[in-house]
Design a protein around this ligand. Structure first.
Ligand SMILES: *[C@@H]1O[C@H](CO)[C@@H](O)[C@H](O)[C@H]1NC(C)=O
Ligand SMILES: *[C@@H]1O[C@H](CO)[C@@H](O)[C@H](O)[C@H]1NC(C)=O
Ligand SMILES: *[C@@H]1O[C@H](CO)[C@@H](O)[C@H](O)[C@H]1NC(C)=O
Ligand SMILES: CC(=O)N[C@H]1CO[C@H](CO)[C@@H](O)[C@@H]1O
Ligand SMILES: [Zn+2]
Length: 395
């Protein structure tokens, strides 16, 4: 109860221009505020994409962290298609994925083109499954995205393993089986199965370390479902990505144990993308722990994100370094800290840019996206700034 009071008191400071009053405890109250036909009119009957639906999601008490991510994922088409395909498969026992599939399906099969849906079953399943989300507090959208993708991947892996057992085709993984990155390890344990979550979001990084004494280079591949990059003031995503793959020297306390020299040595380390994912999810590390304050604070820095992106500084043996990406969705954080404030999402759909703010959906101009880059002044931390970017590859 205390938390609610706190949030309500805090509200007036959080909400500036874009974020209208939210955090309503009862979802149904939000329904009245929207004027669905306005959006339909604005887009125009002729222009309205066939078979597309723009539905807001009811907020069930600080669930905008969840709503914003769900909307972004809904407009990641390869992901939406897989979730909808999962829906039509034979019924399974309820899981976070079946609830997501039901939700996506209910949006996709609405008679109306625009409106509001309460993601009630999904939220209650989420609260049941993970105590981190079992409350009415604001959560980190990136943490939720991570949890959701990993949970879905685990479920799909389990199903695949189960199917294999059913088919009596349990492969012996004597050592030749590993086509993933993991060389020799494991032995016996569960085989890592590629699922459609991996097909869509997984990329590979290579972590190269060069010993400055003997010049031996050791490299290790690591898979990722999203990339977290540091942010700096007045920069761009390309800058953040460059910083990510910059060469770092490991010296003094951070020396590296070189297998060749059999001792700790100074080394140079760099991380580069080796396999580019189909959908690149970029998380901007805007929440930074401040030791003096004993809490996280928000870096509202202005970081320009382009509508089209090409990754530079991929590794020399990258499989698909030329991939061009288009921005398809942005989860935006509004406010001053991770556990307060609000999340909204902007998405690109059939050439339109739309803003999803829980139950409200609006059409916006492409130029309006600039408003979500962040702030050039460090004084105010209260910004509406891009937090998770979803880039989809053209091929
Ligand atoms: C909805 O929007 C339309 C067009 O903008 C307007 O004519 C109508 O009065 C609005 N209805 C409500 C209930 O606000
Ligand atoms: C990369 O490899 C170095 C040396 O092996 C290691 O110290 C470092 O933690 C690795 N970095 C990441 C991000 O895994
Ligand atoms: C960022 O840019 C703004 C406007 O161009 C400028 O006033 C500000 O000093 C810059 N900040 C930094 C840290 O470079
Ligand atoms: C094309 C490109 O951005 N190349 C950059 C790769 O990274 C080095 C430093 O790490 C830059 O100097 C290059 O410009
Ligand atoms: Zn060495």
């Amino acid at each position: 109860m205390f938390l609610f009071i706190f949030l309500f008191v805090y509200l007036p400071q959080i909400y500036l221009s874009v974020c209208p009053v939210k955090f309503q405890f009862s979802g149904s109250a939000c329904l009245q505020g929207t004027n669905a036909s306005a959006l339909e009119k604005e887009i125009g009957h002729e222009q309205f994409p066939v078979n597309e639906h723009y539905f807001g999601l009811v907020n069930f008490g600080n669930t905008c962290y969840c709503n914003s991510v769900l909307q972004a994922l809904y407009f990641c088409r390869p992901f939406r298609d897989k979730v909808l395909a999962y829906k039509v498969q034979p019924r399974r026992k309820e899981s976070l994925l079946t609830c997501l599939a039901d939700l996506f399906n209910s949006i996709a099969t609405q008679k109306k083109k625009v409106g509001v849906i309460p993601p009630k079953k999904f939220i209650s399943r989420l609260r049941k499954e993970n105590e981190l989300f079992d409350n009415y507090m604001q959560q980190d959208a990136h943490e939720f995205l991570n949890y959701l993708l990993n949970t879905i991947a685990d479920l799909l892996q389990e199903e695949k393993n189960h199917e294999r057992q059913q088919n009596g085709k349990l492969l012996q993984n004597g050592g030749g089986g590993g086509d993933g990155g993991e060389g020799g390890g494991g032995g016996g344990g569960k085989e890592i199965q590629q699922t459609w979550v991996h097909e869509i979001f997984q990329g590979t990084l290579t972590n190269e370390t060069r010993c400055l004494n003997c010049e031996a280079v050791s490299s290790k591949d690591e898979d990722f479902l999203d990339l977290s990059v540091d942010v700096e003031q007045n920069t761009s995503i390309t800058h953040c990505l460059r910083g990510f793959s910059n060469t770092e020297t490991l010296c003094s306390e951070c020396k590296y144990y070189c297998e060749q020299c059999r001792s700790k040595q100074e080394a140079q380390k760099r991380m580069r993308v080796k396999k580019l994912p189909m959908i690149l999810a970029l998380h901007l590390k805007r929440f930074k722990y401040m030791d003096q304050l004993h809490r996280y604070t928000k870096l509202s820095y202005r970081v320009v994100f382009p509508l089209e992106l090409r990754l530079f500084n991929t590794s020399g043996d990258a499989t698909n370094p030329e991939r061009m990406y288009d921005l398809v969705a942005v989860v935006v954080h509004c406010g001053s800290g991770p556990n307060r404030g609000h999340y909204i999402t902007i998405v690109k759909s059939h050439g339109f840019w739309l803003l999803f703010d829980d139950d409200i959906v609006e059409k916006i101009d492409a130029q309006a996206i600039e408003e979500f880059y962040g702030l050039t002044s460090d004084i105010s931390k209260n910004s509406e700034s891009g937090y998770i970017l979803f880039y989809q590859s053209r091929d």
